[in-house]
Design a binder for this molecule. Structure first.
Ligand code: ADP
Length: 375
């Protein structure tokens, strides 16, 4: 029904006794009631009241119910509202006319109020079922569109790394005069592109499943940073972006899942690169002390408005300006980062970077070593 839980009925009838009786009975049954006693202005009053059921008398002082019914059928906001005619007893012609004017039902005068209420309930319930089905269909259509868009985005985003792999493999294949150094660089490029493509596929699968397997091990921060630097070296060079790494490690080595941490950093730095201008600087700051890891990635990109700061960690969410913008993405990377941080018993959030851009911060506690757990 339109009004949250309270059904509405509108009666068009010139007999004031019938109006009074119906008002009492309908209100007793929990209906909201409105009435008019002449055709003139009735449809406008109905539109304003937005009823779930309309009751129409056939004979009116200034017209007839069939004309009103035709106007209801032609009105965008009322066309789906069921109309019940109040016809004279034995007047078969009026009933048939009522049905062909778009009426759903009729009751013959003098009618039993109980019977009319029962019919109103039945029609209101059918209308509610139809409204629910319509809403469900709209939701399904939307979900289908989202799924199609997602497939488009995945295919689009995978083209870049797969294209790089293909080109580099072709270069290796065609290379007669290639030097050992070039050969190593080409293979490294292909490996990095494959790593990006695989990571993208893994993020999609993990976020869909909503759970991750954790393999807690002593963290080798230096090795992890080397891997990160190597992975991004090509992109940073290509776009003229500087990566400044600042690491402080004190006390015992942290324990966490290095692969998950690598994938989190890969997502955060990929975004930082995507949103940086040529000549920009990205900072990666790591503090590992007192059984706690604190990692920050900061860029000088456009930043993230306050209203979007939480939403960007939701599945498939892309900030307003980005939806149709030039920066590719599926809105899954940060959802993965959040899932991974929570799985590692930590948290992640974003702040404004001093001087512009955004700063993603994650805090992870040191886990208990060598205990694979599935959360
Ligand atoms: P994707 O980048 O694939 O769209 P993410 O989940 O990684 O998905 O990011 C979600 C959204 O958060 C992005 O579309 C973008 O609007 C915003 N965002 C993420 N990182 C940054 C950043 N470093 N600077 C500005 N906006 C960002």
């Amino acid at each position: 029904m339109r009004s949250a839980g309270v059904p509405k009925v509108f009666l068009l009838e010139d007999d004031l006794n019938i109006i009074r009786g119906m008002r009492e009975a309908a209100e007793r049954e929990g209906w909201q009631f409105a009435a008019a006693s002449q055709a003139n202005g009735a449809v406008e009053a109905m539109k304003e009241f937005a009823p779930d059921i309309i009751l129409l008398d056939v004979q009116l002082p200034d017209g007839n119910g069939f004309e009103v019914c035709a106007r209801i059928a032609g009105d965008g906001s009322l066309t789906k509202v069921p109309v019940i005619f109040l016809t004279a007893k034995g007047d078969v012609e009026s009933r048939l006319k009522g049905f062909s004017a778009g009426g759903r039902d009729y009751v013959a005068k003098p009618f039993s109020v109980e019977e009319l209420l029962a019919r109103m309930r039945a029609h209101a319930s059918i209308k509610q079922d139809q409204d629910n089905l319509k809403r469900r269909l709209q939701e399904l259509n939307l979900a289908e569109r989202v799924r199609e868009d997602l497939v488009d985005m995945i295919v689009h985003d995978l083209r870049t790394p797969l294209g790089t792999i293909e080109v580099t493999l072709e270069m290796v294949h065609d290379s007669g005069l290639i030097t050992d150094a070039d050969y190593a660089r080409i293979l490294e490029n292909a490996k990095q592109a494959a790593e990006f493509a695989l990571s993208m596929v893994n993020d999609i699968l993990d976020v869909r499943l909503g759970k991750l397997r954790v393999n807690a091990e002593t963290l080798h921060l230096e090795a992890l940073l080397d891997r990160i630097k190597r992975l991004f070296s090509g992109q940073l060079k290509r776009y003229g972006i500087a990566l400044q790494v600042d690491k402080i490690e004190a006390g015992e080595q942290s324990v966490t899942d290095e692969t998950l941490l690598f994938r989190i950093l890969m997502n955060l730095l990929s975004n930082a690169v995507k949103f940086s201008r040529s000549g920009g600087r990205i900072e990666l700051k790591i503090r590992a002390a007192n059984h706690q890891l604190r990692i920050e990635t900061a860029d000088q990109g456009p930043g993230i408005p306050d209203a979007e700061k939480e939403k960007i960690f939701s599945k498939y969410y892309r900030a307003e300006g980005q939806k149709s913008g030039p920066v590719p993405g599926m809105g899954l990377g940060l959802a993965f980062c959040k899932l991974a941080c929570e799985t590692l018993k930590g948290r992640i959030w974003v702040e404004d970077n001093t001087g512009g851009g955004s700063r993603f911060i994650l805090e992870l506690p040191s886990l208990v070593a060598k205990c694979p757990i599935t959360i």
